[in-house]
Design a protein around this ligand. Sequence first.
Ligand code: TMP
Length: 224
Amino acid sequence: MTRGYFITFEGLDGSGKTTQLRLLDASLTAAGHKVVSLRQPGGTVLGDRIRGILLDSRSEDSLGPIAPATEMALMFADRAQAIAEIIEPALTVGNIVLCDRYTDSSEAYQGGGRQLGSERILAMHAAACGNLQPDLTILLLPSLEASLRRARRRNQRHTQQQGTDENRFERESDEFYRRIYEKYEEIAAREPRRVLPIRDEATIDQIHTRILEVIAARLPSVTA
Ligand code: TMP
């Protein structure tokens, strides 16, 4: 059986990556592909618990400040579990796997934002993930200013509507987000074959069409 295809979506909070992932899942599924979608952190029972600790701004009230290295290790604990439980089994049976964030997020947020540096993240990726790399990464990178505006709006809405608080990262400073943005740029420049940056602010449908075209060019079984 041919191995499946592993696609990740990356970008700052509010970049629109989750919307694009859902659209791609729907298009590929409608075309008869077997698609498995997940998000990080989360996606497994263990991962959802880790997500609760990492993203809830109230966690630090009860647990105390989370050290950057702890944050990194928890992200990778989540990822190792998702690979073992979901990603690797799905790829083995030939499915297309769509993952909302992956190791590039750790490199950008913990490596760049928290200033741990890329080397530590990549070493952790080798140790915890056996270096499993996506075949393709869609990096949604509209301007920093636009992304920040969207992230703040989205998070306020989320907290008001659902009573849940995924605010811990969004409380960070603009400088934190600037470092993340620059690290994403660095990753895209380093790995141009894997990472497809989409910088323009086209409509949701236009971006979706573009993503489908890129995947069709790489996967003969997919038509745009
Ligand atoms: P999201 O589900 O809305 O994308 O939010 C996940 C948050 O977690 C986002 O602020 C980025 C952050 N994150 C990291 O800092 N490192 C990681 O490795 C991952 C997967 C997410």
